[in-house]
Design a protein around this ligand. Structure first.
Ligand SMILES: *Cc1c(COP(=O)(O)O)cnc(C)c1O
Length: 243
């Protein structure tokens, strides 16, 4: 018999994927426009593997050391008795990134969601150059101007995006936000609209249009999709409460 958690993660994932599709179809978008980032911070590698087995392929992690351990366990080719088993995980960094940790993050992560200063973007670009890669990244915007949250202000976003776009080893893909937590997801809607409007505004000036909006978490991802999210970051609705 399978332990309960296998069934749950599989069912939870399926339910979240169904809800993503419903939300997209409701506003005439294709469900394929929305990528589910399964947020696995503070969840065990075993649970992540269950999600992989159930079909998840993009994972979001917040803490550098924790991510390094999990990625070395899950993300590379792995020796089993007879052959190499490959777990095709893509990793997105969604936590606060300190400049001195950029060197660990760049080689491991497909996308960094949380860039909020030119200094950090420069360090990432430099490191990406050393690794021979182009680092995909998003600019984090503090849409509600909350003291406690990182992110650039909406006013500063254009200048930052223009400068980041000039860096050699960076591909600026879009914007990300963590809006205020409100019980009623409809109350979060104005913040999602603000991020989308900002993206549309920036696209009038940038050399290459920003295609991604990373917004929406377990409590509000459907509303975020209705307002244009292309990346939703969903943790507890898939994995259950965090350790
Ligand atoms: C933890 C986290 C999430 C996932 O939150 P849930 O409410 O568990 O879905 C999404 N985005 C960021 C930036 C996070 O830190």
């Amino acid at each position: 018999m399978f332990p309960n958690s296998i069934v749950n993660i599989k069912e939870n994932l399926q339910r979240v994927q169904d809800r993503i599709a419903q939300a997209a179809l409701k506003v005439g978008r294709s469900p394929e426009e929305v990528t589910l980032v399964a947020v696995s911070k503070k969840q065990s590698p075993e649970k992540i593997r269950m999600a992989v087995d159930a079909g998840a392929s993009v994972f979001g992690e917040n803490y550098v050391q924790e991510a390094q351990e999990k990625i070395s366990f899950l993300g590379r080719t792995e020796q089993s008795d007879h052959d190499m088993v490959f777990f095709p995980c893509l990793w997105h960094f969604i936590g606060h990134l300190q400049s001195n940790k950029a060197k660990f993050v760049v080689p491991l992560f497909t996308m960094i969601h949380t860039v909020d200063s030119l200094d950090l973007a420069r360090i990432i670009s430099q490191r990406a150059g050393m690794e021979g890669k182009t680092q995909q990244m998003l600019i984090q915007v503090n849409v509600a101007e909350e003291e406690s949250k990182s992110g650039t202000s909406t006013e500063e976003a254009l200048e930052l995006a223009e400068k980041v776009s000039e860096l050699p080893h960076i591909s600026l893909e879009g914007l990300m936000t963590v809006p205020p937590f409100l019980d009623d997801p409809d109350q979060v809607r104005p913040y999602f609209i603000r991020l989308r409007d900002l993206r549309d505004h920036l696209n009038q000036y940038l050399p290459r249009p920003l295609r991604h909006l990373s917004m929406g978490m377990s409590n509000d991802f459907e509303v975020a999709i209705e307002e244009g999210a292309t990346l939703v970051r969903v943790g507890s609705a898939i994995f259950g409460p965090r350790a």
